[in-house]
Design a protein around this ligand. Structure first.
Ligand code: ADP
Length: 493
């Protein structure tokens, strides 16, 4: 009996595996951290073998904990850290360099140069993103330029490029499949998100030979079978999607206008925009949404650099709280911030403000302002920033946000979620099951193998939600937002 779906969630700091049953409930989970390699300031790498080993070990461990045999697993759904770039030899199957991680800034100067010229326009038009070192293209270019012999081997057709999904699929199929899912492809800065093909002009511009590239498939289209020796039997790799795209799917944001926000170190916001690729007027990213079939579906994406990190700052640098969770009762101990606003622009401000030189600011301090007001202002500052991104998405799409789906560590803070609902004036819904990324990968895989009939069934299966209903008066909301805008004005350059 095929009764389980195995979700593999390959993240930036750890690999995880979760076994789901036919009701979409997690049966077991396993997690393994792996090394972060920092060869120079601003450089970040992973060892591709450690990525693979940790992922395989978790998969085996999760199956063991569930008491699930390989032949009871209907399918594998894969989700992964995005943009991270691996180049390996097709002859030996060995990586020729470490994985260059999405966070790595080594190609920042090259990306900036690309952004200012005609190449920048091409990237915006074809890929829906602003050229940045974050995406894969300049990372591949760097490897080909800096690893001895790499350029020649690439020209001879001996090298393969992949994001982490491709690498894991290659390893899982014992080198039989060189594939990439569309959502991951949409983050390479080489893939045309309107025509669904690699863009020849961009490949030329970044010096990437076509022979290095994987075949791209829709997220739920099937990515080969695992080598039988891994799990005792061959299991279909039924789906793959980038982590944020998988979370959007796992949160069942299927209709245009539906959005999710993940409150982690920063915030990752995605809004489904349906069949239409919307070009943002606020420099939000246009990206592909994960789909179970060929149908194109798009999303707008924006991020807030500092969210939960502001809470860490209160704890570690300011010593105002002893744990992240303590921020909630302390914020609730006062009725408001007494006019204090905290703009956590520690590393500049991203969407929709875009000011790399903005810096953290606390304004409105009076003699009565104390620790609780500052803690509360920090939490409110997270919600204001997310609201500003969502308002920009609404402006770009001309749609009203019906409700906001939330997940991530700081979404456990009920004060923050209520304030988010109040300031947005829309309900905030937090699913009972927090691992929405793995769940999204499992959903896509389960749809592929017929475990679930379609999106309606997924919606009906969703675990119970905690709903935060807006209860703030409009006049108060407006006054608070005015204060926030004034505070932002002080934080900007
Ligand atoms: P990441 O995946 O980015 O590491 P997580 O989703 O694990 O993030 O969330 C961790 C972040 O959430 C930390 O920055 C932490 O400060 C914050 N956080 C965790 N719990 C709370 C809480 N109860 N209230 C506010 N922030 C919290």
């Amino acid at each position: 009996m095929k009764k389980y779906i195995l979700a593999l969630d390959q993240g930036t700091t750890s690999s995880r595996a979760i076994v789901f049953d036919a009701g979409g409930r997690a049966v077991s989970a396993s997690q393994k951290e792996f090394r972060q390699i920092y060869p120079q300031a601003g450089w970040v790498e992973h060892d591709p073998d450690e990525i693979w080993q940790s992922q395989l070990e978790c998969a085996l461990e999760a199956l063991r904990l569930a008491g699930a045999a390989g032949d009871e697993v209907a399918a594998i759904g894969l989700t992964n850290q995005r943009e991270t770039t691996i180049v390996w030899s097709a002859l030996t199957g060995r990586p020729i360099y470490n994985a260059i991680v999405w966070q790595c800034r080594r190609t920042a100067a090259r990306a900036e140069e690309a952004a200012s010229g005609p190449l920048g326009r091409l990237v915006r038009e074809k890929c829906g993103v602003e050229p940045d070192a974050y995406f894969s293209a300049t990372k591949i270019e760097w490897i080909l330029q800096n690893v001895p012999g790499a350029r020649e081997a690439a020209e001879r057709g001996e090298l393969r490029f992949g994001t982490v999904d491709s690498w894991l699929i290659w390893k899982l199929t014992d080198g039989r499949e060189h594939l990439m899912d569309r959502t991951n492809a949409s983050r390479t800065m080489l893939y045309d998100i309107h025509k669904f093909e690699w863009c020849g002009e961009l490949l030329d511009a970044f010096g990437v030979p076509r022979s290095m590239l994987p075949e791209v498939r829709p997220s739920g289209a099937g990515f080969g079978m695992t080598a039988p020796e891994l799990f005792g039997t061959a299991i279909p790799i039924a789906a793959a999607a980038g982590d944020q795209h998988a979370a959007l799917f796992g949160q069942c944001c299927f209709a245009p206008g539906e959005a999710k926000n993940t409150y982690g170190t920063g915030c990752f916001l995605l809004m489904n925009t349906g069949a239409e690729a919307i070009e943002s007027k606020n420099r939000l990213i246009t990206t592909l949404a994960a789909t179970e079939d060929e149908r194109p579906e798009y999303a707008l994406e924006g991020s807030v650099f500092v969210a939960g990190a502001a809470v860490q700052w209160l704890r570690d640098e300011m010593g105002l709280i002893s744990s992240a969770a303590e921020s909630e009762p302390i914020a609730r101990s006062v009725p408001d911030t007494a006019g204090v606003y905290l703009v956590p622009a520690f590393t500049g401000l991203g969407a929709p403000y875009w000011d790399a030189y903005a810096r953290g600011t606390i304004v409105g301090i009076t003699r009565g302002a104390g620790r609780a007001h500052i803690v509360r202002a920090a939490l409110e500052g997270i919600a204001y920033q997310a609201a500003d991104v969502l308002r920009a998405m609404e402006a770009d799409t001309g749609r009203r946000l019906p409700s906001l789906r939330v997940d991530g560590g700081a979404s456990m803070n009920a004060f923050l979620m209520q304030f988010q609902a109040d300031i947005l004036n829309v309900p905030v819904r937090r699913p009972g099951y927090a691992e929405t990324t793995a769940l999204g990968a499992a959903y896509l895989a389960g749809l592929n193998v017929g475990m679930w009939s379609g999106r309606d069934e997924l919606r009906s299966m969703a675990a119970s939600m905690t709903e935060f209903v807006p209860s703030m008066e409009q006049s108060r909301r407006e006054a608070l937002l005015d204060g926030w805008r004034a505070a932002l004005g002080r934080a900007l350059r």
